[in-house]
Ligand binder design. Sequence first.
Ligand SMILES: [Ca+2]
Ligand SMILES: [Ca+2]
Ligand SMILES: [Ca+2]
Ligand SMILES: [Ca+2]
Length: 324
Amino acid sequence: MIDEGIKFEHCDLDANIWTNPGESGLDASGLDKATNGLDDDGNGYADDLHGWDFFHNDNSIYDPADGDNHGTHVTGTIGAKANNTADCSVEVDGGGGTVGVNWEVTIISGKFLGPGGGYLSDAVRAVEYFTTLKTKRGLNVVALNNSWGGGGYSQALHDAIIRAAKANILFIAAAGNDASNSDGRPSYPSGYNTTQGTTTEARASYDSVIAVAAIDRYGSLASFSNYGRTTVDLGAPGVEIWSTTASAMYAQYSGTSMAAPHVTAAAALYAAVYQVRNGAYPDGPTIRTALLQNTAKTGALNRKTATGGRLDISCVLSLTTCTR
Ligand SMILES: [Ca+2]
Ligand SMILES: [Ca+2]
Ligand SMILES: [Ca+2]
Ligand SMILES: [Ca+2]
């Protein structure tokens, strides 16, 4: 999760938030590794128990003063728990609980947005953090969810996304909420393409960036959603999405920010199902192809997205190529 922070103790999220095993337990001095001020797992960050806050440069990934509602909402769409009314008393707000797309998943926080936005340099550090977790620590990082936009093109971020792609980490991004055609006016970070290299990083063998438009409950393109026949890949639900928040237990938000996590969760689900079937996790190109070749074609997205369709998770998880 490259976003705001996450209210990780939310009863509908807590079980699916990563706890760093290398920063857990007692150190040689008998101190708790999570609070000893030391980088016990040697990844460059001290006490990063649930991820890292690149905005404040600290290990608290939930800061009530910042709100962190957007990050908490996006997280719930990926992985709010299911069938857990016993441990999550949803009656208190009268709205009922929620489930994410992926009920058993591990979500790691790379907080880089504060209450008034963030810095691309911190987004770069967040991408590098996840790539390092995979390449140096052996964590199976499948996809980075990027429900944010703005800042224009950054070669440093492009390079970081290419390096993540080479580590088979997908970069799934909100298409943007400007109601504009991204083919004519690129929206970043959804507009990056890792098959294009830079002067400082050679291209990847595939494009790890998947740009997601928002559709409503009728399958129509949301009025605010960016689109683009070549630059936006597919649609996913992004209007009136019910999910977890920090200040209230639940709330309904709209935006391409809400669409992207449906696809990110699908990527993780696919990786899990593929692993059970084949005994090994799929590489990045395989996941991308599964997500994009199995969309449900709709008139609303025809010529508005590269696939002309919306996310079809049941088809993706069938491990066959569907035609719908
Ligand atoms: Ca550490
Ligand atoms: Ca520590
Ligand atoms: Ca913090
Ligand atoms: Ca739930």
